[in-house]
Structures are given as structure tokens and as C-alpha cells.
Design a protein around this ligand. Structure first.
Ligand code: SAH
Length: 360
């Protein structure tokens, strides 16, 4: 049985035919799914009743619900999404002047174990399927228009490559939600085999790489993935990716007070980044996480010093700020939660009114 939100628009004709259904229904079905944003097949009232019934059995819509909404004072909203098996992930909606960004999760928890990140503090429970990743988008989309997507929630997308890619291709598809590839950014902690795979897709998704340390010694301490794929291999994969795709790579560098924030580190970082043609750097101050109270946010002066060193070395650099900190919705603060069985919390926390976002 295939879930409807895991079927790419181009595949619908063939899957209908396989089931002895009329292929010409594909366009109508796509319209119901991605223009009317139906949440049950019963709402697909343009389709004949028998077809709706058959779609329910053959291509069910994924069961997923928003069980909690946390609002941050900066307008960021964090949705807690629960799937059929009771597992939950968090997805974050981030309004800005000219865009509305959704940050999505690809796994329940994360297996990469980066020291500073809450998502990995308890390991990975399971990967999401493509339709579950699409469901995160659908739940958010029903609340308002989304212009950009970042795969920067819980989980490592390259550790769940196939399902993540299928979901992103669907969200990008013209007859699907039609979100432009250049408006979709994948972020990896450096799972090297993913780079060549992504390059071979020939789709213009944006790619970010979480670097966070410019030496193997420190990076292995902060990010266990570095022991498997050390800097040399990672940078080579990045360079090959930019050569093959002619696309920029953005290195994310989370600055942690007293850990990776010295002038010397900044200078080393500049040298490392220059090994990759067409690379730029985003500097982000650490968001505090409960399990590592010893990791502290750096002050503005340190961030500016870091920026200055990189700029002088002619590395294109941006200072970013994390959004949604007071709702635990900022970078690295998302986590898996266990909830009471279905139905208990729901009545109290589900916001049944679809709301639209007002652009700021
Ligand atoms: N696994 C992918 C996707 C997660 S993206 C990756 O590692 O890239 C989330 C981003 O937030 C990553 O760059 C991650 O390193 C960063 N991050 C994690 N914990 C953080 C924290 N406490 N403060 C700031 N950024 C953090």
C-alpha cells in the first residue's frame, strides 16, 4: 500500500493504472491534493464517491496531527507533529519580511550525536518516511503560504537520503506544491556519500554543511561524524560537489563560547573554507541546550571578531541569528518527545482553526 503523499505527481497515472483505475483521474487527484490541500479523501468532492473510497484503501493520506503549537515572541511558531505510531517531531515556521520559511525534520531524534545539539541527545528513534516528511509540510501549509524550506530540523537528511529526497522532489514538483528548488535548503553534518548522490540528482536544491570546527581534533570532539569522514574527505566532497553542480556550498559555523571562538580558530576556518571553490560561511551563535549547560552563547564582540577575520580573508560571511529561542524552537533545540496515547492531549492543545500568516 502506498501513501498518497509519497507518490510523485509524474507517477500518479501509472499507479492508478496498476490498480485498474482510470489514469485521466491523475490531474484531478493532484488538484485535490496540492491545490485544495485536502486532509481526507472525503473532502475530494470533485471525485466520484467510489473512487474516493478506493483511494482511501489503496492510497491513504498519512495520519499526522499538530498536537501542540508553541509561539515565540519573535513570531516563530513551533508545531509538534504526531504520527500514527505516536512518535513526534518538531517543525518550525519562521516569518520574515519577504519570506515564510518552514524548517522540517527528517528523523525522530538523530543518530549523529553532535555534542551541542538537543535533537541527538537521546539518539535516533526512526527515520521518517517520505509521506511523513510531506505531512509536516501539509500541516504547515494549511496554516498559510510557505515560500522557503530548510531541512534543518531534527535528523540527518543524508542518513535518510531516499525518503528525504522523494519528499523534497514532491514538494518541488510543478503539479505538486511547486516550491522552487532554490528555495529548498538541505543541511548535512557531513555524511560524505550524500554529496555525490545529491550532485547526480541534477536538481538545484541549496546545500549547507554544518562545520562548527576547523580542525579534526576539535571537530571529532564536537561531531562524532568527523571520525568517520574527517575534514579532508569532507572538503574534497564539497569541492567536487561545487565543481559538478556549479552551486555554492554554505558552511554553518555555530560559535560556542570558549570552545571554537578564538581568533586562531577563525583564521584556520578561513583557510579551510578556501579549499572549496564557491563556499560561504554562516556564523550562528550557539542556542543554549539543557543537556550541556557548560556550552555558552558567545557575546556579540566575539561574533564580530570572527566575522572580521573571515571578511579580511575574503571569505563571504553572514552573521545569522537563531529565531524562536524562547519557544525552544531555535537551531539545535528541537527534540523528540514522548506523549501520552492519542487523544488525551489533543483536545486541550490542538488548534483547529487554520490561520493565515500576516507578512511582516
Ligand atoms: N543534521 C543536519 C540537519 C540539522 S540542521 C545538520 O547537522 O546539518 C541544524 C543546524 O543547527 C546544524 O547546522 C546544527 O549543527 C545546528 N545546531 C545544532 N545545535 C545547535 C545549537 N545548540 N545552537 C546553534 N546551532 C545548532
Amino acid at each position: 500500500m502506498r501513501k498518497a503523499w509519497s507518490i510523485l505527481p509524474d507517477e500518479w497515472k501509472a499507479v492508478l493504472q496498476e490498480r485498474g483505475l482510470r489514469p485521466f483521474r491523475a490531474d484531478q487527484i493532484l488538484h485535490c491534493l496540492y491545490r485544495d490541500w485536502i486532509s481526507t479523501w472525503d473532502d475530494a468532492t470533485t471525485l466520484p464517491k467510489e473512487l474516493r473510497e478506493q483511494l482511501k484503501t489503496d492510497f491513504p493520506l498519512t495520519v499526522a496531527e499538530v498536537v501542540e503549537v508553541s509561539q515565540s515572541s519573535d513570531g516563530t511558531e513551533k508545531l509538534l507533529v504526531r504520527f500514527e505510531d505516536g512518535n513526534t517531531v518538531e517543525t518550525v515556521l519562521i516569518p520574515a519580511k519577504d519570506r515564510f520559511t518552514q524548517c522540517i525534520s527528517t528523523q525522530v531524534g538523530c543518530g549523529m550525536g553532535c555534542a551541542f545539539c538537543a535533537s541527538g541527545a537521546n539518539g535516533v528513534v526512526r527515520s521518517l518516511t517520505a509521506d511523513e516528511i510531506v505531512a509536516e509540510y501539509m500541516l504547515a501549509r494549511r496554516r498559510g503560504e510557505i515560500t522557503n524550506m530548510v531541512v534543518m530540523g531534527m535528523g540527518e537528511p543524508f542518513a535518510n537520503y531516499d525518503e528525504t529526497m522523494r519528499a523534497l522532489k514532491l514538494i518541488n514538483a510543478g503539479k505538486g506544491p511547486n516550491l522552487g528548488a532554490r528555495h529548498i535548503t538541505l543541511s548535512t553534518c557531513g555524511v560524505v556519500p550524500g554529496f555525490a548522490r545529491l550532485a547526480s540528482e541534477g536538481i538545484q536544491f541549496e546545500l549547507s554543511v554544518s562545520l562548527h570546527a576547523p580542525t579534526d581534533e576539535l571537530r571529532s570532539e564536537l561531531m562524532p561524524v568527523n571520525k568517520r569522514w574527517p575534514l579532508d574527505e569532507l572538503l574534497r566532497a564539497c569541492a567536487e560537489y561545487t565543481k559538478a553542480t556549479k552551486r555554492i556550498i554554505t558552511f554553518e559555523y555555530t560559535v560556542i563560547k570558549g570552545v571554537n571562538d578564538s581568533r586562531e580558530m577563525a583564521e584556520t576556518l578561513a583557510r579551510v573554507v578556501k579549499r572549496v571553490p564557491m563556499a560561504k560561511v554562516n556564523l550562528i551563535p550557539l542556542s543554549p541546550v539543557d543537556h550541556r549547560p557548560d556550552f555558552k552563547t558567545p557575546d556579540d564582540k566575539t561574533m564580530l571578531m570572527f566575522l572580521d577575520v573571515l571578511m579580511r580573508a575574503k571569505v563571504q560571511t553572514m552573521l545569522r541569528r537563531s529565531r524562536g529561542k524562547d519557544a525552544n524552537a531555535a537551531c539545535g533545540q528541537l527534540r523528540a518527545r514522548s506523549l501520552p496515547p492519542r487523544g488525551i492531549r489533543r483536545a486541550a492543545t490542538l488548534n483547529p482553526q487554520p490561520s493565515t500568516f500576516s507578512p511582516q
